[in-house]
Design a protein. Structure first.
Length: 110
């Protein structure tokens, strides 16, 4: 699957670590494995999941930026929206995340 880029979004994961997500697949996986249990049944989260599927489908039914907008709304509702890191004069690192059901470490830690 081709990586579908979007403008970065920063979210707090379950451990309280800020994660910067810049592609639809990584953000969709974050929603599956890192979303707070207390907010899993929210309507905005469901709308964001549907938007992610539409963007990944590639049929033109949804775009990465439409998904990003839905993700931000759902994250704000779940109180996990984080500020993007600020590093004057440098570009901040966007981490590529890989999630497996049995192993929740970054792909470069395996």
């Amino acid at each position: 699957m081709t990586m579908i880029h979007m403008h970065p979004v920063a979210l707090w994961d379950r451990s309280g670590t800020r994660r910067v997500l810049a592609d639809v697949e990584a953000a969709a996986l974050f929603m599956l494995y890192q979303w707070p249990q207390r907010s899993r049944s929210g309507q905005l989260r469901l709308a964001a999941q549907i938007a992610a599927l539409a963007a990944m489908e590639g049929s033109g039914a949804g775009t990465a930026e439409e998904f990003r907008t839905a993700l931000i709304a759902a994250a704000a509702e779940a109180d996990i929206l984080a500020p993007l890191p600020e590093r004057p004069g440098t570009e901040w690192q966007i981490e590529r995340w890989s999630f497996d059901v049995g192993d929740r470490r970054r792909s470069d830690e395996r």
